[in-house]
Design a protein around this ligand. Structure first.
Ligand code: UFG
Length: 328
C-alpha cells in the first residue's frame, strides 16, 4: 500500500511542487486548501483535494478522514510580508490559529511527523551573512512573527506530545517544475522573477526596482533564490530524521544575486530586454539575505540540483510561456 501524506496549501506555489514530488515517488496525497490564494488547477492530477480551511474543524475532519498519514506538510498560510505590515492582527491570528488547529489535529490523530513551511523573514537583523540556524530570531514582519510563533508551538508539541517537526526556512523560492507541470502564479504577483519575466514579455508595465542605494556592489538588494523543485526535495529529505528528532534548516543555495543581476540573467535567458525604472526602497527590505544551508547539506546530504540563477529563470520562463495567463 502506498504511503499517504496530507499537504495543506497544496494548491499554492511551493505546496503544489511538493505534491508533484510525492506523487512521482508513488505516494498518495490529500491536499487541504481553501483556494483563497491557491488554484484548483494547480493541484496535481492524482492528488485528492479537500476544499476548506485548516482553521475549519469540519474541513480538517474531512481531510483527516483520508488518513492515517505518514506525515503532514503545512503550507496553508497568508504569505505576503507587505500585506502583513498593514494587517498585522489578521496575519498573526489567521496563521497561528490555522497552524494550531492543524497541530492539535495531528496530535489527536497520532500523526508522528509534521513539516512547517517557514521563512527567512525570521532573520531581519542578521549578525552575519550567510545566515545559519544559530542566528537570532528577530522577525521582520507580522508574517515572519506568525511563523516564529508556530516554530515555538512545534517545540512544545514535540516536548509534550512527541510530535516531531521540521521547520524549513525558505529564502527566495523561485523557478518552476523542470518538466513543466507546475509553476508560479500569485495574485497579486509581488515576486521579483515572475514580474521580471512578465515585463520582458510585455505583459506588464516596466518593473520598478525598489531602490538602488543599498550598501551592495550595484546598489540593489541581494537575495538567495532557490529552485522550488529543490525545496520539494528538502521536504522529502527531512522525513527520515523526523523518525527520531525534530530539525530546523535554512534553505537557500548560499549564493546571492542582486535585482540588477536577476534582470540581466532574465535578459540572457529570454533574449528580450526587461523594461525597468528605479523607484524608492520598499519598506522592510533588508539589503542582503543569503542562507547558509550547510547544516542540511552536512546532516542529510541534501544539495540543490538547480542552483544556477539562469536555470531557475529558464524553468520559470518555460512555464510562463506555455501558461501566459497562469492557472486558468
Ligand atoms: N523587487 C523589486 N521590484 C519588484 C519586486 C521585488 O525591486 O517589483 C525586489 C525586492 O525589493 C527584493 C527582491 O526584488 O529585493 C526580491 O523581492 P521578492 O518580493 O520577490 O521577495 P522578498 O525577498 O521580498 O520576499 C521573499 C518571500 C517572502 C519571505 C521573504 C523572506 O517572498 O515570503 O523572502 O525574507 F518572507
Amino acid at each position: 500500500m502506498s504511503q499517504r501524506y496530507l499537504v495543506t496549501g497544496g494548491a499554492g506555489f511551493v505546496g503544489s511542487h511538493l505534491v508533484l514530488a510525492l506523487l512521482r515517488g508513488g505516494a498518495s496525497v490529500t491536499v487541504l486548501d481553501d483556494l483563497s490564494t491557491g488554484h484548483e488547477a494547480a493541484v496535481p492530477k492524482g492528488a485528492r483535494l479537500v476544499h476548506g480551511s485548516v482553521a475549519d474543524p469540519d474541513a480538517l475532519g474531512r481531510a483527516f478522514a483520508e488518513g492515517p498519514f505518514e506525515a503532514v506538510f503545512h503550507f496553508a498560510s497568508l504569505t505576503l510580508v507587505g500585506e502583513s505590515m498593514r494587517e498585522p492582527v489578521r496575519y498573526i491570528a489567521a496563521n497561528v490559529a490555522g497552524g494550531a488547529a492543524l497541530v492539535e489535529a495531528c496530535i489527536r490523530h497520532r500523526v508522528a511527523r509534521l513539516v512547517l513551511s517557514s521563512t527567512a523573514n525570521l532573520f531581519s537583523e542578521p549578525a552575519k551573512i550567510p545566515i545559519d540556524e544559530d542566528e537570532a530570531i528577530i522577525p521582520g514582519s507580522p508574517y515572519g512573527e506568525s511563523k516564529a510563533m508556530l516554530e515555538r508551538l512545534l517545540f512544545w508539541a514535540d516536548r509534550i506530545h512527541g510530535l516531531r517537526s521540521a521547520c524549513l526556512r525558505y529564502f527566495n523560492a523561485a523557478g518552476a517544475d523542470p518538466d513543466g507541470e507546475a509553476g508560479e502564479d500569485h495574485r497579486p504577483e509581488t515576486h521579483l522573477i515572475p514580474l521580471v519575466l512578465d515585463a520582458a514579455a510585455g505583459r506588464r508595465p516596466p518593473l520598478i526596482v525598489f531602490g538602488d542605494d543599498y550598501p551592495t556592489p550595484d546598489g540593489t538588494c541581494i537575495r538567495d533564490y532557490i529552485h522550488v523543485a529543490d525545496l520539494a526535495t528538502a521536504h522529502l529529505a527531512v522525513l527520515e530524521p523526523l523518525r527520531t528528532r525534530s530539525v530546523r534548516y535554512n534553505l537557500g543555495t548560499g549564493t546571492g544575486h542582486s535585482v540588477r543581476e536577476v534582470i540581466a540573467a532574465a535578459e540572457a535567458v529570454t533574449g528580450r530586454s526587461v523594461p525597468h525604472t528605479i523607484g524608492p526602497r520598499r519598506e522592510g527590505d533588508p539589503a542582503v539575505l543569503i542562507a547558509a544551508s550547510d547544516r542540511i547539506r552536512r546532516e542529510l546530504g541534501w544539495r540543490p540540483r538547480f542552483p544556477a540563477l539562469e536555470t531557475i529563470i529558464a524553468h520559470a520562463w518555460a512555464w510562463r510561456q506555455r501558461n501566459p495567463h497562469g492557472y486558468r
